[in-house]
Design a protein around this ligand. Structure first.
Ligand SMILES: Nc1ncnc2c1ncn2[C@@H]1O[C@H](COP(=O)(O)OP(=O)(O)OP(=O)(O)O)[C@@H](O)[C@H]1O
Ligand SMILES: [Mg+2]
Length: 327
């Protein structure tokens, strides 16, 4: 493990998170493992409720209060999961940038944009007021915001959705992070603005050598903007490989189902095939493969715990990789 830790910015190893309520302990994610190297974008993909955002919260060290987290998280060679709260907050605040789906929930409505950016810059980089304001203007300019000095004096509600997301990106990269986690950063935007923001994130990643965790349920975005993909289902990683392989030749029946249900992959939209059923809610996962009740290939083997195995060039948690009916 040590060699992969040193060549990666982020290594997540066997990360599990459960929520405690009285005497009940409810598993939310189990044994999630993946890594992200410098300049690489890794997608966390899966239907709603699969555990993508909660995985991000555990990496950031900001899980729900009643969470029990196990496993290891390494950031550029430092095992951040072993740091105390204060050490973790200090390191992650500077080294990890976070971009939310809806900037209005992350940006303060009654503080000027300038104040929010300069507070962060002064706290983490120790800049003077004037130097922080100069740096804030540079950052806004860099993310494509016109008249940055003027915008710094304004408030977030005065901006369009796309501009707000640019401010969020400026804030995320302001302290020179090594890792940026973007949780559905373009879902709330219209298609044209979505494309601009995705291109900006690609540019920032290349220019600053950022490692990026990109949370999305859009497989088209995964194929176009991410190097590797971690497919999650009911708190579990079920397929992990290059996005090219995962999107163009998926191996797990769940990933195949997701691709078949994606409009961009089907010229004939009348033939879109939705996956039958829904993701089982936490607390109601079946034993063995959690996808088995929705899978046309499932059999007795699937009720035992599937191990990761190789199918094509991806890792996959399935007894029937590539649609094989028997082993
Ligand atoms: N604070 C919490 N208390 C109780 N359950 C929670 C909490 N946070 C998340 N969950 C549950 O954990 C599961 C995973 O949630 P998570 O938000 O990570 O899903 P997601 O994959 O990000 O979904 P989406 O695509 O809708 O954002 C869900 O079933 C959710 O209801
Ligand atoms: Mg989410």
């Amino acid at each position: 493990m040590t060699s992969s830790i040193s060549s990666n910015i982020l290594v997540v190893e066997d990360l599990s998170l459960s929520l405690k309520s009285g005497k009940t302990v409810l598993p939310i994610i189990t044994n999630v493992s993946f890594s992200v190297s410098k300049g690489e974008s890794v997608a966390l993909v899966g239907e709603s409720g699969c555990g993508k955002s909660i995985t991000a919260s555990a990496i950031l060290g900001l899980p729900p209060e009643n969470a029990v987290v196990t496993g290891s998280i390494w950031l550029n060679g430092i095992e951040i999961s072993k740091l105390d709260k204060q050490g973790r907050r200090k390191l992650c605040g500077q080294k990890i940038g976070f971009i939310f789906q809806e900037p209005m929930t992350a940006l303060h409505p009654t503080l000027t944009i300038g104040r929010q950016l300069t507070d962060t810059l002064r706290l983490h980089l120790g800049l003077s007021k004037r130097a922080a304001m100069d740096r804030a203007a540079e950052l806004l300019d860099r993310v494509g915001i016109p008249r940055p000095r003027e915008i710094l004096k304004g408030y977030v509600h005065e901006l369009s959705g796309g501009m707000r997301q640019r401010v969020m990106i400026a804030l995320a990269i302001s302290c020179g992070p090594e890792l940026v986690i973007a949780d559905e950063p373009t879902t709330a935007l219209d298609v044209t603005i979505q494309a601009q923001v995705l291109d900006l994130l690609d540019e920032m990643r290349a220019e600053l050598g950022l490692a990026m965790v990109f949370i999305t349920h859009d497989l088209e975005v995964v194929g176009d903007h991410c190097d590797r993909a971690v497919v999650m289902y009911a708190g579990d990683v079920i397929e992990y490989g290059s996005s090219q392989d995962v999107v163009s030749s998926p191996s797990h029946p769940y990933t195949v189902g997701l691709i078949d249900a994606t409009p961009a992959n089907n010229e004939d939209r009348d033939r879109l095939v939705p996956i039958p059923g829904t993701v089982p809610p936490v607390g109601h996962w079946p034993s063995g493969c959690r996808f088995a009740p929705r899978c046309s290939l499932s059999d007795d083997h699937c009720r035992s715990r599937p191990e990761f195995m190789k199918a094509n060039v991806t890792d996959i948690r399935c007894w029937h990789p590539d649609g094989r009916v028997s082993q």
